[in-house]
Design a protein around this ligand. Structure first.
Ligand code: ATP
Ligand code: MG
Length: 271
């Protein structure tokens, strides 16, 4: 693991998210590459302490399907630095965009199996990810797919609840997170990750965010109406029955009718 932030040399910016920037860095002594996420934290110190405690849970996760965390640091200015495994293939959506926009069912089935293994690990350790979406699924040269940013999403939620400005993450939120009384069932959060997975796979197949026409930027009101009042999106007729069924099992609006990770791992689409 990394002992000090000062051991790391910044090489380039990999990307920006809400409230944070991710850098490619190199460990000065070992030469190893990492991704370093700097989260600006303007909240008070008690919340920051709690964030750091939650990040400690993240640090102990140990699965080949979850991006590894190699250290968490609090800078003197209050910002938090998270040292992660560097994924040299970038995000799944970038990879697919480079490959012409959409991808084959076989390819997606392989991806799905790996993401389900990652979710299975998290859910069995009582961790809800809460932010499954294409930009949080990372790829490496070996074509391994890993889930990134779990737990981090909680930090984001806190800071964003306050400023109420962010739509990108909400786009993948399940109906029960907007309206627990109608769609909640026995609301425990796990089923929300399954909804987000279904939406993500659908997007990777059709090449655009399923609730909106290609190219349209989501706004909060349109999205919430579509998710809560519209029919859930589904695959076109051209997809196989297995794939269509799998997506239907993920995109049940009523959370208690959605399949669990264990059930989905046995679904014909991935089994
Ligand atoms: P959100 O803030 O909602 O998570 P996001 O996923 O787009 O949105 P970040 O998590 O800050 O934002 O990541 C920004 C970008 O940095 C990603 O889109 C990805 O390209 C890159 N990135 C993040 N983590 C890694 C990593 N471990 N290895 C390689 N690149 C990464
Ligand atoms: Mg992210």
């Amino acid at each position: 693991d990394v002992d000090r932030l000062s051991d790391l040399e910044k090489l380039q910016v990999l990307g920006h998210g809400n409230g944070g920037t991710v850098y490619k860095v190199r460990h000065r002594r070992t030469g190893a590459f990492y991704a370093l996420k700097i989260v600006q934290s303007d909240c008070d110190s008690s919340i920051r302490r709690q964030i750091l405690r939650e990040m400690d849970i993240l640090r102990r996760t140990d699965s080949p399907y979850v991006v590894r965390c190699h250290g968490i640091f609090e800078k003197s200015c209050g910002d938090i630095g998270i040292v992660m495994e560097y994924m040299d293939g970038g995000t799944l959506d970038c990879l697919l965009r480079r490959q012409s926009g959409t991808c084959s069912e076989d390819f997606l089935a392989g991806i799905t199996r790996q993401v389900l293994e990652g979710l299975s690990y998290l859910h069995s350790h009582k961790i809800v990810h809460r932010d499954i979406k294409p930009s949080n699924l990372l790829v490496n040269r070996k074509m391994e797919i890993k889930i990134a940013d779990f737990g981090v999403s909680k930090i984001m939620c806190r800071t964003l609840d306050a400023c109420d400005s962010f739509v990108g993450t909400c786009a993948y939120m399940s109906p029960e997170r907007f309206d627990p009384d109608t769609y909640g069932g026995a609301y425990d959060g796990y089923a929300g990750d399954i909804w987000s997975l279904g939406l993500t796979l659908l997007e990777l197949y059709i090449g655009h965010f399923p609730f909106l026409p290609p190219g349209q930027r989501p706004d909060w009101a349109t999205l919430m109406c579509a998710i809560c009042f519209g029919d859930p999106p589904s695959l076109p007729e051209t997809a196989s029955d297995e794939f269509r069924s799998f997506i239907n099992c993920c995109l049940q609006k009523e959370s208690s009718r959605r399949w669990t990770v264990a059930q989905l791992l046995a679904h014909p689409f991935v089994a």
